[in-house]
Design a protein around this ligand. Structure first.
Ligand code: ZN
Ligand code: ZN
Length: 579
């Protein structure tokens, strides 16, 4: 017996040694050197995540540049594939897989999806310039010179855009017009003002102003060109905004990565909707006499559910209490998660609730504002949109949506144990690769999974009201999936979409038309919530069956989160194979 053990040990030793060598090779190859090359190739993306070294480079999107990008992908993917994935540790295996599919997805975007030919809204120079202007990473004169170098290439940039565009969709053409008109704001207000008030020399100022004017001219020209094009498309017909079955499955495969295909997820969403409607009917019938003691319920079940949701929505905080109520709930959620054995939280990383800063205000009611991988020391904020400035009816409709029952669900999703807690875990296993190329379905899926998990643990006291409102919320993710697949693959019409969202999912007409606009302009992303949620939920249920009494919910959560923003299918593999 001892000799057998010795033989095994001898056999294992070189393997262990080799594995760590593979890890070292991977970490050397895909460390700072790779990222520096990547940001040089993608400077705009770099600015977005706080990497400013190449901020002065505006890439002109012409054929030469696409060839260069394809060569970059080919080179780095071949380096990656030369490193045997199975000999890496779990963290690196996940990173390897994320990079490999990132490279494949980028190649597919250029060669197959070809949005650069049919989507005029991919061309816009404003955002990186606005970010350079508003972020204090260097003294203002230096940042203005950086912007100046970008400005020099703006005319060539839009000339390439006009060359590229062939058979665009009407919807993306209109978006390109709107967004480039919006881009002009940067060049008309803040930028010239900052140039004038800066410490630059008069000659430098004059040159910058000339380049700002030339950039504005190029944008205006692009907008007029698109407007003329749009007029022709209106008369002669345009490419459909619908992706079609083949491209949809491909895109879904690259971006969702839960181990479930698009068609399968769509069918699952249809079944889930039926179950939700059934559950909501039971809850409504149970609650009806309490809220409408003297009114007979309508025969139609969807109408009954809708009436009751309307009634429950009336229970909301006054508008001046909205942020205070969120601030009160966050520590309560943290305590619940700890005392119910759901997740260990890091007391050193408190979440700061604040009113959304002006430049970030938009449609989101609440969102997590986390530091990027290049400024990890910055605090994480929970941004809450201010209601004070809104017209009374708009504020009222938001307060009704985030009513007494819904507000905790929003906080669970955004903060604890949702996005914020997930992020703290992801940062414990620091991986630039996962932070930058992380999987959206995993991130959104975790937040949506967290809502149900909290309610299952008894948060909200198992009240029928909170389960009903939660079901409406989950129905939104489910309907997003049905809508996205329906529109891009099955040809769903606007009227059918309205029916799906308003009648069957209890959304306001306003929300439904915003969603119709979004589904025309994006694809697959709307599925990420339900795809991630259902995959995580299934994984948990499978683990429960496999482990029986040995299953521990807290351990499952912490282990699941320990792999960072990796795709759910990758996490599942790693949970099965690594100790
Ligand atoms: Zn009210
Ligand atoms: Zn989310």
């Amino acid at each position: 017996m001892p000799s057998l053990k010795l033989t095994l040990a001898l056999l294992l030793l070189p393997l262990v040694g080799f594995a760590s060598e593979a890890d070292r090779a991977f970490e050397r190859r895909f460390g700072d050197g790779f990222f520096d090359a990547f940001w040089a190739q993608n400077p705009g993306f770099g600015i977005g995540v706080g990497y400013y070294k190449y901020a002065d480079r505006l890439i002109v999107p012409d054929a030469k540049e696409r060839t260069k990008e394809l060569k970059f992908i080919e080179r780095w993917q071949s380096y990656l594939r030369a490193i045997p994935r199975t000999q890496l540790n779990a963290n690196n295996q996940a990173d390897w897989t994320i990079l490999d599919s990132e490279f494949s997805a980028r190649r597919w975007e250029i060669n197959e999806a070809r949005a650069w030919e049919w989507n005029p809204s991919v061309y816009n120079v404003a955002e990186p310039i606005a970010k350079i202007l508003s972020t204090d990473f260097a003294p203002l004169p230096e940042r203005l010179r950086t912007i100046g170098k970008r400005l020099k290439r703006v005319p060539a940039y839009y000339a390439a855009a006009k060359q590229n565009i062939k058979a665009p969709t009407r919807e993306h053409t209109q978006l390109g017009i709107d967004q480039n008109k919006g881009a002009l704001a940067v060049f008309e207000g803040e930028l010239p003002e900052k140039i004038e008030s800066s410490a630059l020399s008069a000659a430098e100022k004059a040159m910058l102003i000339r380049d700002v004017d030339a950039a504005r001219g190029a944008i205006n020209d692009y907008v007029s060109w698109l407007q003329a094009l749009e007029g022709r498309l209106a008369k002669e017909g345009a490419t459909s905004f619908r992706l079609g079955a083949e491209r949809y499955e491909q895109k879904f495969g690259y971006s969702i990565q839960t181990g479930v295909g698009a068609r399968e997820l769509y069918e699952r969403a249809l079944r889930e909707r039926e179950q939700l409607h059934n559950r909501m009917t039971v809850l409504t019938d149970q609650l009806w006499p309490k809220y409408f003691p003297n009114t007979a319920p309508p025969d139609d079940r969807l109408e009954r559910i809708g009436r009751l949701i309307d009634q429950l929505s009336e229970e909301h905080v006054p508008r001046d209490q909205f942020q205070a109520e969120i601030e009160r709930q966050i520590p309560e959620l943290a305590r619940w998660v700890e005392t119910h054995g759901l997740l260990t939280l890091d007391a050193d990383k408190p979440l700061r609730v604040r009113t959304t800063p002006a430049h970030q205000r938009g449609v989101a009611m609440a969102s997590i504002d986390a530091p990027g991988p290049y400024d990890a020391l910055a605090p994480t904020y929970y941004n809450v949109a201010p209601l004070e400035g809104l017209p009374a009816d708009r504020a009222e409709s938001l307060l009704r949506e985030y009513n007494r029952w819904m507000l905790p669900i929003l906080n669970i999703h955004e903060a604890i144990p949702g996005h914020y807690a997930q992020l703290v875990y992801a940062n414990k296993a620091p991986s630039r690769i996962k932070a930058i190329f992380g999987n959206g379905a995993m991130v959104e899926g975790w937040a949506v999974y967290g809502e149900r998990m909290m309610l299952e643990s008894g948060y909200g006291n198992h009240a029928a009201e909170i389960w009903l409102i939660y079901s409406k919320w989950l129905l939104r993710s489910v309907s997003n999936t049905i809508l996205d697949y329906g529109v891009h693959v099955l040809g769903m019409t606007e009227a059918q979409a309205q029916q799906l969202l308003v009648t069957q999912a209890f959304q306001s007409a306003e929300e439904a038309s915003a969603k119709w606009r979004r589904v025309q302009l994006t694809s697959v992303q709307l599925c990420s919530y339900f795809a991630g949620y259902s995959a995580i939920y299934d994984l948990r249920e499978r683990q429960k069956r496999t482990l029986g009494v040995g299953f521990n919910l807290k351990k499952f959560h912490e282990r699941f989160l320990s792999f960072g923003n990796a795709p759910v299918s990758v996490i599942e593999d790693l949970m099965a194979t690594s100790p």
